[in-house]
Every structure is written in structure tokens, then in C-alpha cells.
Design a protein around this ligand. Structure first.
Ligand code: ATP
Length: 306
């Protein structure tokens, strides 16, 4: 029995060795219905390995993965759709043949597959691609077709490995909106990306891996809160050296015509504000949350330095 609100994807203490190389090191997280989860990490951190374990393509050395309480096996993989980095498309097939192939594998009726395909081709503004050979499509359009094959049977869990790479801004927007729609319908989504602005805009919950081990995990809002540091952006005529000396000011850097003052926590804002003298001319003074990019670089960078 599935109780409403039951966690749907549960990854518990997975470890994966390739020979002596530990690619995933005690990773745990959960993704609930309708949640978008970001799996982040530097190159080689273990993201693809984790995805392959979740998809049931690779066996973990230890630990377990369950979807709605069930171990991932042949039965369950039908409920998982994925877009992988390898962009595994069957080149010589036409779009129609390929999607029919995947849809039928997932137990759908031809009529339903074609109806859905028609919807998606229109959605991605490529309605006349139905009978085109996949290998003749541009990279971005191949990616759209791969996305369509992943969602054709409305999976419960959607895995997207770098889904935005290679797409132009218009198509990034189309794909994001499509993903939001699926989220609203209750699909759980896990995705990886090296572009922090996509992650920041997109996911509520995330984990950052360093050499397979989670170094930061949780809800984005909470992560930012716990990080405590903030940035003040100041524009105008003043003495930046004076600001550098204030307790709690970590750094002052000039970016274009603005100064960015990194502070240890919010309480420092007033000290910076009160440090200006009468002769200073301040035209802008804004306190900003740290960006995920900043947090990522600090957390992941610290481990590279070790
Ligand atoms: P990227 O961001 O570069 O795609 P990733 O986070 O997806 O990286 P993985 O591909 O999961 O990282 O690799 C994690 C580690 O496991 C790396 O050290 C890699 O060399 C190793 N690895 C991955 N696949 C294999 C394999 N088939 N055999 C042996 N080692 C592997």
C-alpha cells in the first residue's frame, strides 16, 4: 500500500567500486513525488554512476535503491524515463520508428504513442520531423527526440543527465516548461548539470558530490541559509580600504563599476552601512544571497585543495 506522501525514490547508503576505485561513497537521498532534485558534482564525481545504479543498469557494491518501496528491477524500470549523456538514439530509424519502438517496449498501444508523439513534436516546434531519420537531425533536435522517448509513457521518475547542454535559449525554455508540467503531474525528476544557474532556478533539493561522497545536501533555501555568508553590492564614491577593515568583512572585490563585499553573516550589513562618511557618495547598496555557484566552488574547491 502506498500512503500519500510516501517518499518515492529512496537511495540508501550506496557505495560503488570499480576495481579499487570508489566512485560512489555512501550516498543517500530521497526524492518525493513532484520534486526536482539536483545531483551535482565536478567531473568524475560519480553522477553518471549514480544514475546508472538508479536506472538498474549497474549494480551497487552495497546499499539499496527503491522506488515506492520496491527494489529497482525489470518491473520498475518501466516507470523510469531517462535522457543520458550518451544520447543513445538509434541513428538509422526515423523519429516515428524510434518512438514507436520505445513506446511499445514500455507496453503502450501504437495509437496512444502516435497521439502523444504528435503532441510533443508540436510542443517542440518540429511537427514535420516525424519521418526524418534521427541521424540527420541536429544535435539539439536529437536531444528533444531523446526527451520525447523518455517521457512518452509518462514515467513516475525522470532522470536527466545534463539535459540542457547543447540547447539554445529558446529550447532551454521549452524544455524547462515541459519539465515543470511533468512535475505538476507528480513526476519526480532528478537531473545533473554543470550550469549552476539552471540548478538554482530549477531544483528545490540537491546534493553535491565530491569523489562520490556527499559534501552538501538538502533544500536549496536551507543550504543558502546555513551558508550564512552574504554579499553586499555597492556602487559610488567611497574608500574600499576602510570597508576591508571591518570585522566580519571577508573580502572586497571590484567587478566592473561595483564593489562586491563578502561578509560572514547578515549582522555585518549594518556595520558596513554605518562606515560611510559624509563625503562618500553611495548610489547603490544591496545585500544579496550567495549564489549556488559560489557555494559550489567553495565546497568543492576546498576538497581539491586538500
Ligand atoms: P562527469 O561530470 O564528468 O560526467 P560523473 O560525475 O558523471 O562525471 P562518473 O562517470 O560517475 O562521474 O565517474 C565516477 C568515477 O568512476 C570516475 O573516477 C570514473 O573514472 C570512474 N568510472 C566511471 N565509469 C567507469 C567504468 N565503467 N569503469 C571504471 N571506472 C569508471
Amino acid at each position: 500500500i502506498l500512503i500519500r506522501g510516501d517518499e518515492m525514490l529512496k537511495v540508501e547508503h550506496i557505495v560503488k567500486y570499480y576495481g579499487d576505485n570508489k566512485a560512489v561513497d555512501d550516498l543517500s537521498f530521497t526524492v518525493k513525488d513532484g520534486e526536482i532534485f539536483g545531483l551535482l558534482g565536478a567531473n568524475g564525481a560519480g553522477k553518471t554512476t549514480t544514475f546508472r545504479i538508479i536506472m538498474g543498469l549497474l549494480e551497487a557494491t552495497s546499499g539499496k535503491v527503491t522506488l515506492d518501496g520496491k527494489k529497482i528491477d525489470y518491473d520498475v524500470t518501466d516507470k523510469i524515463g531517462f535522457v543520458t549523456e550518451e544520447r543513445s538514439l538509434l541513428g538509422k530509424m526515423t523519429v516515428k520508428e524510434q518512438i514507436l519502438f520505445y513506446g511499445t517496449l514500455k507496453g503502450m498501444l501504437e495509437e496512444d504513442i502516435l497521439k502523444k508523439l504528435d503532441y510533443w513534436l508540436n510542443y517542440f516546434q518540429i511537427p514535420d520531423y516525424l519521418n526524418r531519420k534521427i541521424k540527420e537531425l541536429s544535435k539539439g533536435n536529437q536531444q528533444k527526440i531523446q526527451f520525447i522517448s523518455a517521457v512518452i509513457n509518462e514515467p513516475k521518475l525522470l532522470i536527466l543527465d545534463e539535459p540542457f547542454t547543447g540547447l539554445d535559449p529558446i529550447n532551454v525554455k521549452l524544455l524547462k516548461d515541459a519539465i515543470y508540467d511533468l512535475q505538476k503531474k507528480g513526476t519526480s525528476i532528478i537531473f545533473s548539470s554543470h550550469q549552476m544557474e539552471h540548478v538554482e532556478e530549477f531544483c528545490e533539493k540537491l546534493v553535491i558530490l565530491v569523489q562520490g561522497h556527499p559534501v552538501l545536501e538538502g533544500y536549496l533555501k536551507q543550504i543558502k541559509k546555513d551558508y550564512r555568508k552574504k554579499n553586499i553590492v555597492i556602487q559610488g564614491k567611497f574608500d574600499p580600504k576602510k570597508i576591508e577593515k571591518i570585522k566580519g568583512v571577508l573580502s572586497v572585490t571590484k567587478e566592473h563599476d561595483e564593489y562586491v563585499v563578502k561578509i560572514s553573516d547578515e549582522s555585518v550589513v549594518k556595520d558596513v552601512f554605518h562606515s560611510f562618511s559624509k563625503s562618500d557618495e553611495i548610489t547603490k547598496f544591496v545585500t544579496l544571497e550567495p549564489s549556488l555557484n559560489e557555494i559550489f566552488i567553495e565546497k568543492v574547491g576546498a576538497h581539491y585543495d586538500e
